[in-house]
Every structure is written in structure tokens, then in C-alpha cells.
Design a binder for this molecule. Sequence first.
Ligand code: SF4
Length: 212
Amino acid sequence: MNIEKTLENLRKNNMAAYFVENKNEALGLIKELMAKGETVSVGGSVTLGEAGVLDLLRSGDYNFLDRYKEGLTREEVTRVFKESFFADTYLTSSNAITEEGELYNVDGNANRVAAMLFGPKSVIVLAGKNKIVGSLKEAEKRVKTVAAPKNVKRLSMKTYCSEKGFCMGADDEKMCAGCQSEDRICASYTVMARQRIKDRVKVIIVNEELGY
Ligand code: SF4
């Protein structure tokens, strides 16, 4: 994995790119990238929880549109997803980051990828170095064999990969091969390449393993 090359190519693709040693440094940087009082929201991400970002957003310093708030109905969560388009800052991770400076993500609901692509003024992507891959082909493989199986397990969904630990289409050349389950979380596939708005997307790569 070539971190330097990844950072360089993210910048070529009009994304701000940062490299930090650990979660604490990442948290400090995130504080610098957001203004107190602004409206913030998050995409579903284990990385954000592990790095303490959710605690930071709940500190009272921000207007946090908290999709995880206890007692929210499905309709209220959906409303949070829609309101997130108007957030000042949207925080998330990425399923994979290629050394060519591309962000590759696969969503079930698509609320996360939709807000990454359009809406919030600023998008902060926090990712451990384990998310870096050589190419989009490797990114597809990473989702099918690492990210999706672990996520469906976390979300208690019933799919082939939640039982076997890998996608039934893992060796299929087709990007969207896989199961026919109602619980399938692989529905919308996005690649963010060169951005039109310079530095709207800010990618922080941490020199640690975070999330999956
Ligand atoms: S298509 Fe189905 S089996 Fe394959 S990774 Fe996605 S949820 Fe798992």
C-alpha cells in the first residue's frame, strides 16, 4: 500500500488529503475542519465510532443530526437522512480508497453515498490505512470479501456473506454480482474521482487500522 501516492492522487482529484498518525490526531484535525455550532451529520461508519467522532459530535458544540438517537422511528431516521443534505459538514468513512485517489463505496439505502456525492458543503472522510487498495478492481474485491460481510453481520442481516464471510459473487468479474437476498446491502455502487468543487471532500488517512 502506497500512502504517499494515494495522498498525492487524492489532491490531484481536487480533494484535500491529510495523513495523521493516530485517532487522537485525527480527532484534533476534524475539530479544526469544523466550526462550532455548525450542522453536522454522519454516514453509517464503524470507523467514526472507533475514533471517537460520534462522541465529539454529541458534545454539544455542534448541531448534530443524530441518526442513532434512541427512540427514533424509521420515518424519523429517514428524515435525518434527508436533512443531512443541508448539513454544513458530513462525516463518513469510505469502503475503499484507491492509490489513484478514488473513493469507492457500496450502499444499501444509498443515503451515505448520496450525501457524499451532493448536498453537504463539506465532506470529511476518515479512513484507516487498511482501506487503501491498489485499484478499483481491488476495491470491488475488498467490499465483497471484507466490508460487506462484516457490515451485514454487524447489522444482523441475512445474506450469503453474513454466514460464509464472503460474497457469493466474490470471484465473479461482474462488479455487482452477488446474492438475491432481501437484506442485500450492495445496491448502489459509487466511485468519486476528480471533483468539481475543490476541497469539498477532505480525506483523512490514519496510520492505524480502523473500521472495515
Ligand atoms: S451481494 Fe449479498 S452476498 Fe454479496 S457482499 Fe453484498 S450482501 Fe453480501
